[in-house]
Write a protein that binds this ligand. Structure first.
Ligand code: AMP
Length: 496
């Protein structure tokens, strides 16, 4: 079989073209035949547009089955798929386009002019119902392209993960990364064509794009495709599903619905949570209401899924389980020396799941790997004596709000540039719904008057909504240690 990850999906589906693989919440059904022919025609369109192997295709589009098929087409063609969060605004897009230098951009109709002023790439549009100039163009294509031969280490996808310096880094994910992680998850979570996956996650992030789609498409499971997360609609579909993948916020929202009970999950075999820490309370409450112990797992853009609680063994709340087969995980001290079980340290990983480095940032890549080849995740945790991993914090001060990563530095840079702001510190405050709420602490310039509402309004024009602080506190001075570093722990205590 070819090293192209798509070959595994093709292999699952080519002998059963009539099977329904996706049922969308707009009432449309898609069969294996649709998946194969549509992605083949998109791949042919890419060739006609002159997009070559290794070229980047930037996609900022609402979730649609067409955008999924287009993603699969990029894999087939051996071109590099670069998904962008739909919430990104112009200032953010400017950087991504200059860094990725795409040959083709797919965006909604209303962003076409904006993108046109930022890139010389070909631009096609895709709206939330699957229409637009991309659809018009593919309708003109009669033939399907064969799946391209690629090398295992060829880059399939670049996922941008913000850096603590405020600069985003493009994590290069190879075909081998995708294949190994998908195979491991299908077997560890025992996915089969009998499964029906409830998919309500966004598809610009590894959770919705890789974990959910790949486990279903590789195993032949059916996907119930929800374009947006709506707890009531999700509950209505629960009795038809066998697996749900969600971020902790999903489970909190479901618990707020009285209908979320044992009866509604009667056909469900697995509730999975990840992307942010699941509160122990949520874990316990879901078990009390439904009889299911949520399976929590841990992963990141740079490495796909790293650890998972077991399918058959005991799922321990507050832990992210064991390293997945083929993935090595170690806990180290400041000198990269492994520490004994029970001790807290930096989490480092190695295995076929670990990415190929940051796009065009060889120095940054070098910094993030140890001399003996382990990737430094930036997370801090410990193993207990039974081998369960717990994550206790994030070395890099990352804030995770509603499942999205927010890097304080990026917001601090924007805040510091606002008129009247002397300096700022951005922290995460525990929040019952979002996990953490982005919170800003500002010091005004002498004589300046800062108003919370005005600051928030200005930030909304420059940043994706999930990054905009939920609260802005004005103080006279920021607490600092002897080395002059802002003491964020002091701020967190004060404003929690
Ligand atoms: P991303 O690259 O956006 O997927 O974010 C990866 C980061 O999310 C990891 O480095 C962790 O800090 C965090 N994360 C993912 N899953 C979990 C989890 N189950 N518990 C705690 N943190 C998690």
């Amino acid at each position: 079989m070819s090293d192209n990850f798509f070959s595994i999906i093709e292999n699952t589906h080519h002998s059963r073209p009539d099977r329904v693989v996706i049922e969308s919440d707009d009432g449309r059904q898609y069969r294996a035949h649709d998946l194969l022919t549509r992605s083949g025609r998109y791949a042919m369109l890419l060739a006609k547009l002159g997009v070559k192997r290794g070229d980047r295709v930037v996609v900022q589009a609402e979730k649609s089955v067409q955008s999924l098929f287009f993603y699969l087409a990029c894999l087939r063609a051996g071109v590099v798929y670069v998904p962008l969060n739909t919430a990104y605004r112009r200032a953010e897009l400017t950087y991504f386009l200059s860094n990725a230098r795409p040959s083709l951009v797919i965006c909604p109709k209303q962003s076409e002019t904006d993108f046109g002023s930022l890139t010389s790439a070909t631009i096609l549009t895709l709206d939330e119902n699957g229409g637009g100039s991309l659809e018009d163009a593919v309708e003109q294509v009669a033939n399907e392209a064969a799946t391209a031969a690629v090398a295992p280490n060829d880059v399939a996808v670049i996922i941008y993960t913000s850096g603590t310096t405020g600069r985003s880094k493009g994590a290069m994910i190879t075909h081998q990364n995708l294949s190994s992680n998908a195979r491991v998850l299908v077997s560890y979570w025992r996915f089969s064509e009998k499964d029906v996956l409830l998919h309500a996650l966004p598809i610009f992030h590894i959770h919705g794009l890789f974990v959910a789609n790949h486990t279903a498409l590789v195993s032949g499971a059916k996907i119930l495709w929800h374009r947006k997360f709506d707890p009531k609609r999700l509950i209505a579909d629960l009795p038809r599903a066998t697996v749900l993948m969600g971020v902790p916020t999903f489970y909190l929202r479901l618990l707020a619905e009285p209908a979320f009970d044992r009866d509604f999950v009667r056909n469900m075999r697995l509730l999975i949570s990840g992307s942010a820490p699941l509160l122990l309370d949520t874990f316990a409450e879901v078990e009390a209401r439904t009889g299911h112990r949520i399976l929590e797992r841990y992963g990141m853009s740079e490495a796909g899924m790293i650890t998972s609680n077991p399918l058959d063994g005991v799922r321990v709340g507050g832990t992210v389980g064991f390293p997945l087969p083929g993935n090595a995980v170690r806990i180290v001290d400041d000198q990269d020396r492994p520490v004994p079980d029970g001790e807290v340290g930096g989490i480092q990983i190695s295995g076929d799941n670990v990415f190929a480095g940051y796009w065009q940032m060889p120095e940054k890549t070098k910094e993030e790997f140890t001399v003996d080849g382990w990737f430094k995740t930036g997370d801090v945790g410990s193993f207990d004596e039974e081998g369960y991993l717990s994550i206790v914090g994030r070395a890099k001060d990352l804030i995770i709000s509603g499942g999205y990563n927010v890097y304080p530095k990026e917001i601090e840079l924007v805040l510091d540039a606002l008129p009247g702001v002397l300096e700022s510190a951005v922290i995460g405050i525990p929040h019952p719904d979002f996990g953490e709420a982005v919170t800003a602490v500002l010091v005004p310039q002498p004589g300046a008057q800062l108003l919370e509402q005005e600051i928030v309004a200005q930030l909304k024009t420059q940043l994706a909504n999930y990054k905009v602080p939920k609260r802005v506190h004005i103080v006279e001075v920021l607490p600092r240690n002897a080395m002059g570093k802002v003491q964020k722990n002091v701020l967190r205590q004060e404003f929690s």
